[in-house]
Design a protein around this ligand. Structure first.
Ligand code: UGA
Length: 438
C-alpha cells in the first residue's frame, strides 16, 4: 500500500520506517528541512536502538523516502498524522496546533476514498472535531483514530509487534477498518488483538493507559516515602507485592520517578481536558501522582546534601545518567537532568555523564560540566549519584570506583545497585526508599 506519514519526530520517523519494513511504500513528510535531510541520509535524529538499521534498509529498497512537500502525500491511500502535541506554554493543556496545521495542509492533496489516521496523543474530542472538518472539505475521506503505545528504547519492536491495535472509528461499517487491517496485516496474522471502538474511547485508551502507568510509578514512590519514614525497603516491598498477578511487578520500580516527553505532559493534559468537560473531580488524584513524582527529585537533592555532610556548597558531585530513562538520549522532563541542574544551582560542582544524552543535556544546561566516561566524572568526587539506570552503571564495580573518588559515597536514584556489594566495598550507600544501613 502507499502510505504517507505527516510528522517525522519520534513517533512518525519510527512509524514510517516500520511501515516500509512491512512492505508498504511510504513517504514521511515534515516541515523541518534539516530533519528530512538527515532522515533521507539514513540518520535518525535521536537515539533509538534498531532504527538506523531499519532506516538504511528501507531507504535502500526505495520503499521509504522523506519530503518537506505535503503535496507528496497525494497518491497515498492512508495518511498517518504523527505530529507532536506538546504541553502548552504556562498551561497544562495539549497544544494541538500541529495536528490542525497538518490536517489542513494535507486535505488539498487527498483523493476520494483515502483514510486519514490519527496517531498523535490528543485530548478526547479532538478526533470528532477533526472528522467534521475533514468531511466538510472532502466528504469521501474518512478519519480513524489509531493511538500508538510505543516506548522509547523499544520503539521498533513495539511498532512491529504491538500489544494491541486500537481503531477508533466513526462508523464501523466504513472501509477504514478494512484498510487498517491491510496496513497491519502482519501483526494481525501474528495474533495481535485488534479492538474496534468509537473515537472518544480510542482517544481515552491512550491517555488512560499513560495515566495508569504514571499512577503505578507514583504509588510505589509514595510507598518509598513511607519506607523512608520507617526504615523499610521499597525494593523488597515491590518484589513481594508484585508477585500478586493482579498487581504485577512491572512499573513498580521506585526511584526518581517518571519523566520524558509523554507521561508528565499526558497526565497534565488529561486533567486539563477533564476540567473542560466538567469531570475534573474524576482526575484530581492525578495532581497527587504529579506531586509525588516531583517530590522524589527534591528528596534526591536532600540525600545528596546529606551524604556531603549537610551542605552542597563547593562539593564535587558526579552524576551518572542524564536521559529520562536508559536506552534513550531524550532529556525532555528528565528527572536526572533536573536533579543535576538543581545541585549545581545549590552550589555543588556537578560533573555529569551519560552514554547517549550528553549532547542534548548540554544544549539544555550548558553550565554543567560534562564528560564522556564514568571514570572522568567520578574523579575526586565527594559523592556519586546514579540517576538513570543504564546497564553499564548497574554493573559498575564498587572496588574499582573507590580508588578514583575523594569520598566513597553513592546515592542510588534508581534502586539499581546492590547495597550489600557497595557497603562491603566501603561505600556509604543511600537510596530512595531503602534503609540508611542494613
Ligand atoms: C510511555 C509509555 O510507557 C508508552 O506505552 C507510551 O506509548 C509512551 O509513553 C507515549 O505516550 O508515547 P516512554 O515515555 O517511552 O513510554 O517511557 P516509559 O518506559 O513509560 O518510562 C517513563 C518514565 O517512567 C521513565 O522516566 C522511567 O524511568 C520511569 N519509570 C518507569 C519509573 O520510574 N519506574 C518504573 O517502574 C517504570
Amino acid at each position: 500500500m502507499r502510505l504517507s506519514v505527516i510528522g517525522c519526530g519520534y513517533l512518525g520517523a519510527v512509524h514510517a520506517a516500520c511501515m516500509a519494513k512491512l512492505g508498504h511504500e511510504v513517504v514521511g513528510i515534515d516541515v523541518d528541512g534539516a530533519k528530512v535531510a538527515a532522515l533521507s541520509a539514513g540518520d535518525a535524529p535521536f537515539f533509538e536502538p534498531g532504527l538506523p538499521e531499519l532506516l538504511a534498509e528501507a531507504l535502500e529498497t526505495g520503499r521509504l523516502r522523506f519530503s518537506t512537500d505535503i503535496a507528496d502525500a497525494a497518491g497515498s491511500a492512508v495518511h498517518f498524522i504523527a505530529v507532536g502535541t506538546p504541553q502548552k506554554r504556562a498551561e497544562n493543556g495539549a497544544d494541538l496546533s500541529h495536528v490542525y496545521a497538518g490536517v489542513d495542509a494535507l486535505l488539498p492533496h487527498v483523493n476520494a476514498g483515502d483514510v486519514v489516521v490519527g496517531k498523535s496523543t490528543v485530548p478526547v474530542g479532538t478526533a470528532r472535531d477533526l472528522s467534521v472538518r475533514i468531511s466538510e472539505a472532502c466528504p469521501s475521506v474518512t478519519l480513524a483514530w489509531n493511538p500508538e503505545f510505543l516506548r522509547e528504547g523499544f520503539a521498533v519492536k513495539d511498532t512491529l509487534e504491538p500489544d494491541r491495535l486500537v481503531y477508533g472509528l466513526d462508523d464501523a461499517a466504513s472501509g477504514a477498518q478494512l484498510i487498517l487491517d491491510e496496513v497491519y496485516a502482519q501483526a494481525l496474522a501474528g495474533g495481535t488483538p485488534r479492538l474496534v471502538m468509537d473515537y472518544e474511547t480510542a482517544e481515552l485508551v491512550k491517555v488512560s493507559a499513560n495515566a495508569f502507568l504514571a499512577t503505578k510509578i507514583s504509588f510505589i514512590n509514595a510507598m518509598a516515602e513511607v519506607c523512608e519514614a520507617t526504615g523499610a525497603d521499597v525494593s523488597m516491598l515491590a518484589d513481594a507485592i508484585g508477585h500478586d498477578a493482579r498487581i504485577g511487578r512491572k512499573f513498580l520500580n521506585a526511584g526518581l520517578g517518571f519523566g520524558g516527553g509523554c507521561l508528565p505532559k499526558d497526565i497534565r493534559a488529561f486533567m486539563a481536558r477533564a476540567g473542560e468537560l466538567g469531570a475534573d473531580q474524576a482526575l484530581t488524584f492525578l495532581r497527587e501522582v504529579d506531586s509525588i513524582n516531583m517530590r522524589r527529585r527534591a528528596r534526591m537533592v536532600d540525600l545528596a546534601r546529606e551524604v556531603c555532610g549537610g551542605s552542597l556548597l563547593g562539593q564535587r558531585i558526579a552524576v551518572l545518567g542524564l536521559a529520562f530513562k536508559p536506552n534513550s538520549d531524550d532529556v525532555r522532563d528528565s528527572p536526572a537532568l533536573s536533579v543535576a541542574a538543581q545541585l549545581q544551582l545549590q552550589g555543588a560542582a556537578v560533573t555529569a555523564t551519560d552514554p547517549q544524552a550528553v549532547p542534548n543535556a548540554s544544549r539544555r544546561f550548558p553550565d554543567l560540566a560534562y564528560t564522556a566516561s564514568v571514570e572522568e566524572a567520578v574523579q575526586n568526587a565527594d559523592a556519586v549519584l546514579v540517576l538513570t539506570e543504564w546497564e553499564q552503571y548497574c554493573a559498575l564495580n564498587p572496588m574499582d570506583l573507590r580508588a578514583l573518588v575523594a569520598r566513597p559515597a553513592i546515592v542510588d536514584g534508581r534502586n539499581c545497585l546492590d547495597p550489600v556489594a557497595w557497603r562491603d566495598a566501603g561505600w556509604t550507600y543511600r537510596a530512595l526508599g531503602r534503609p540508611k544501613a542494613a
